[in-house]
Design a binder for this molecule. Sequence first.
Ligand SMILES: CC(C)(COP(=O)(O)OP(=O)(O)OC[C@H]1O[C@@H](n2cnc3c(N)ncnc32)[C@H](O)[C@@H]1OP(=O)(O)O)[C@@H](O)C(=O)NCCC(=O)NCCS
Length: 182
Amino acid sequence: MDDCTRRYEAWLADPRVNRFLETRWQPQTGQAILEFVRQAIASDSGHLLAIVELSSGRHIGNIKIGAINQRHLSADVSYFIGEVDCWGKGYGSEAVGLAVRLAFEELGLFRLQAGVYSSNVASIRVLARNGFVQEGCWRQALVTQESMRDDHLWFGLMRDEWARLSQQGPRHGPGDGPSDGQ
Ligand SMILES: CC(C)(COP(=O)(O)OP(=O)(O)OC[C@H]1O[C@@H](n2cnc3c(N)ncnc32)[C@H](O)[C@@H]1OP(=O)(O)O)[C@@H](O)C(=O)NCCC(=O)NCCS
C-alpha cells in the first residue's frame, strides 16, 4: 500500500500516460487507487506488481497478470509506466518479459493475452518483442482521447511458443522473454 502515493495519482491523471488506459474514463482519486490496490492484493485471481527502476529504487509503474482463469489456465496482462522520463529505456519490454516468465514458469499458466489500441505503437512493440502474436482485431471498437475511433487489437502468447523463443537467447535483461529479433 506504500506505493499508493500522490505520484501514482498524478500518473493516472497525466493525459500522456492515461491516453490508452481505460482508467481515464473515471477520476482516479487517491481513495480509488487505494481501493483498487487493496482489492488486487486480496484477490486470488490475479497479481498486481510494481515496476521498480533498479538504479534508483523508484516505483515507476505497474503490471498486472489477471484476471486469471484457472480452468483454462489463461490470463490478461496489462501494464503502464507512469514516469514518462522512463519511457523508451526498455523497462516496459523487460517488465512484460518478467511477467510472462512468472506466468508460465511459476503460475503454471498456458496462455496470456493483451488488448491494445491500434495507435499504441509502443505497447504493440512491447508485446511483439516478447513474442506475442496478433490474433484479432475488433474494428473501430474503441474511442480515443481525440474522440476518434480506433481498432482494438488482441495479442496472445502460449507457453510452448514462449519456451521455444526463449531458447533463442536473452534479448532485454533479466526478464528475457523472446523478441521478434529487431
Ligand atoms: C507502452 C509502454 C508500457 C512502453 O514502455 P517503454 O518502457 O517505453 O517501452 P520500451 O522502452 O520497452 O520500448 C518498446 C518499443 O516501443 C518503442 N517506443 C517507446 N515509446 C514510444 C513512443 N512514445 N512512440 C513510439 N514508440 C515508442 C521503443 O522504441 C521500442 O521499440 P523497438 O522495439 O523498435 O526498439 C509505455 O509507453 C506506457 O506505459 N505508456 C502509457 C500506458 C500504456 O499505453 N500502457 C499499455 C496499455 S496496452
